[in-house]
Design a protein around this ligand. Sequence first.
Ligand SMILES: Nc1nc2c(ncn2[C@@H]2O[C@H](COP(=O)(O)OP(=O)(O)OP(=O)(O)O)[C@@H](O)[C@H]2O)c(=O)[nH]1
Length: 533
Amino acid sequence: MAADDGGTDQSHKAHRSRQSGASAKKKKRGKSDKKSRDIPDNEKKQNPRAFAFSSSNKAKRLQSRAVEKEQRRLHAPTIDRTYGEPPPFVVLVHGPPQVGKSLLIKTLVKHYTKHNLPEVRGPITIVSGKQRRVQFVECPNDINGMIDAAKFADLALLLIDGSYGFEMETFEFLNILQVHGFPKVMGVLTHLDKFKDAKKLKKTKQRLKHRFWTEIYDGAKLFYLSGLIHGKYPKREIHNLARFISVMKFHPLSWRAAHPYVLVDRFEDVTSPESVRLNAKCDRNIILYGYLRGCNMKKGTKVHIAGVGDYNLAGVTGLPDPCPLPSAAKKKGLRDKEKLFYAPMSGLGDLLYDKDAIYVDINDHFVQYSNVDENGEVTRKGKADETGVVMIKNLQKSKFGIDEKLESLEKHFFDIFGRKQNILSQAHDNGKDAEAEEQNRELEPYTMGVDTSSEQSDSESGSGSSDEDEAAERDVKMRSEDDVSDKDNDDVTEQQTELKDHLKERVEYYGGRRRRKVVFGEDLADNNLEVAY
Ligand SMILES: Nc1nc2c(ncn2[C@@H]2O[C@H](COP(=O)(O)OP(=O)(O)OP(=O)(O)O)[C@@H](O)[C@H]2O)c(=O)[nH]1
């Protein structure tokens, strides 16, 4: 039929879009909106005034950002030549005596590893994240120790007794840091629980913060540890500090990056006992263990051991990492079991690596003793004639552990991590300050001398900021690391020349011991002394 043929080429009537009604209106509105949004760029340029900044603040911000970007571009790029797993970053904890250095390290180690550290001795390596290890070191209280420590610190935590104020040790150390490339520096105020009056505490915090900023650079990080809870610093504050350390960016210092150096975390005397017996002062063979930093070390190089002298290396050997990074591939987070640490000098950790052996320390309650009891009977049956069993029995008989042996060696030999008496204090004892000290000795402990009251009134006047703690916390949370660390570095170099010509030292007895207080220029002029609480 004809009707069937026409079926294929039948022309349909075109759709007629609606000209009126709700949907037509909506369509029209959509089109006009689109038009207004797509203003072409050249149109904007034709009328620049219409698109200028409406806020002067915004304009200023944008301009300074542009200048900053430009300046950063002009800086010589720092080349990081390290490859493989980077060695742990060294966090040095420095401060005058009794300020809380050991306690801070113990609390930080507890935070990271959930283990209690019995004592702080030598470097303590911990895994702080999937890609990062940190080594905590307590700075000795003498000037030689400070000089050595300034050479290897990547970050220096300067502990300051907030209840007393700045002490000379802090400024001496800052001066030493200046000539060692100035690593990152952060301040930590302790003993703040000694303040009874909250208002006074707030003012002192602010005063110390501004003084810290003057001495280092504006905006230098200062943490507050408000007191002790069950003999430890508060968890929240330690969490913030640890977070800051974990995310901090460390820029390689150029001299260090070009020279190999090792921070020794363990050493061993391998001289044959016979030659020591024959001559107690014979030349010793010492093995030093530690992470190699900077660049590669060649076998024949001469090395300088700080405080000991220059020596030839008999050999250099690569050992398995005693505290490896967790395998990043498998898991997202860092599980509790993997939180590793390595502190051979502090008596923490189960594994001890030697050149030719690994010592495994097993907890007593996991050990099946096969020792012979008092009656001569074997308490638990084992194969008595096996060599391994005999060796273990011999070990059980040994009177002195490896630690005691090392200790006795140290006494006779040298003390790498020694805590010698403060050379400076000795000098002062003998020198010009002896008189002043003698006078101060007559004063009661806990008294501050003549001008105490004037400062008290001084610290009461003025205004305090209430939002410092919040700001610190916020800072940790919303950290834009790149900007901050870059700024830090720039600021430090700018300010290095301005440090510390304007301060004086005052020796006094406070809190039952001798302290060297820092008195600043303006305080001297005003005859103002600081008061604690
Ligand atoms: N009230 C109070 N006591 C603190 C605070 N910080 C530390 N201490 C106490 O100060 C004492 C000394 O602490 P340490 O950690 O041994 O100080 P240190 O700086 O390692 O001391 P040295 O190794 O002798 O230089 C300890 O008894 C601590 O409990 C604090 O913020 N408030």
